[in-house]
Design a protein around this ligand. Structure first.
Ligand SMILES: *Cc1c(COP(=O)(O)O)cnc(C)c1O
Length: 229
């Protein structure tokens, strides 16, 4: 019989627990975000019914549309994990509880300015480029401290840590250990910024070993993504 959503979720959680134990870590310190991109809003509802509290989306339009469709759904935190355009900052801010992909000062400023009067502080992570290619998204490691200082100065943002995507053509483990060093550099500026968002379906064990606190896992839980029409 085909594995159900419940089976896949339980299987991934068991693997997270095993790897955490092997790494001498407590699985309770690790937040498993289920990435639901390209799947219908109804999948988020199913996940919430299974106890999932954190979901991730990488496109602003899809995030906003799902939130609009699920206004009655309580107890779910929405993580924005995709590249963000400054002109979409308001929509992102309205729909997301956490933005993982702050990679430039202009984006930090745009998210800060997009705060409605009395809006809660927005948790943000600084995305660091773990590849040698400038186009891949994420701030260059050499510019990380400047970005951290800038974002820390944005009144309505709270810098929680760093985010990274492992390079496709490299063993993910050393990339995640580099990310851990970058997280420490950010903590030199924002001492309580202790989140590390790293690890996807193919590489989350390596991310846990390197200290990831937030895993972004899609297809291992949701099944293959529907092809975009
Ligand atoms: C899609 C996506 C993921 C999840 O990918 P899977 O391989 O399906 O687990 C994680 N992080 C980001 C930034 C993504 O866009």
């Amino acid at each position: 019989m085909a594995a159900t959503l419940r089976d896949r979720l339980a299987d991934v959680d068991a693997r997270i627990a095993d790897v955490a134990t092997a790494a001498g870590r407590d699985a309770a310190d690790i937040t498993r975000i289920v990435v639901t991109k390209f799947h219908p809003a109804s999948l988020v509802r199913e996940l919430a019914a299974l106890g999932v509290t954190d979901v991730g989306e990488n496109r602003q339009q899809e995030l906003s549309a799902k939130r609009a469709e699920l206004t009655d759904l309580a107890g779910v935190r929405w993580h924005y994990i995709g590249q963000a355009q400054t002109n979409k900052a308001r929509q992102i801010r309205q729909a997301a509880s956490v933005v993982h992909s702050v990679d430039r000062e202009r984006l930090a400023d745009a998210l800060d300015r997009a705060a409605d009067e009395g809006a809660p502080v927005l948790d943000v992570l600084l995305q660091v480029n773990l590849t040698d290619e400038p186009g891949r998204g994420g701030v260059a490691p050499t510019d990380l401290e400047a970005l951290a200082e800038h974002a820390a100065g944005c009144r309505t943002l709270r810098v929680r840590g760093v985010m990274g995507v492992a390079p496709l053509d490299e063993d993910p483990a050393p990339a995640f250990w580099r990310l851990r060093e970058y997280a420490e550099r950010v903590r030199g500026i924002v001492p309580d910024a202790d989140w590390i968002s790293a690890g996807m379906t193919g590489d989350f064990p390596a991310a846990i070993a390197a200290g990831a606190t937030h895993l972004r896992i899609g297809s291992a839980i949701t099944g293959p993504r529907p092809v975009r029409g």
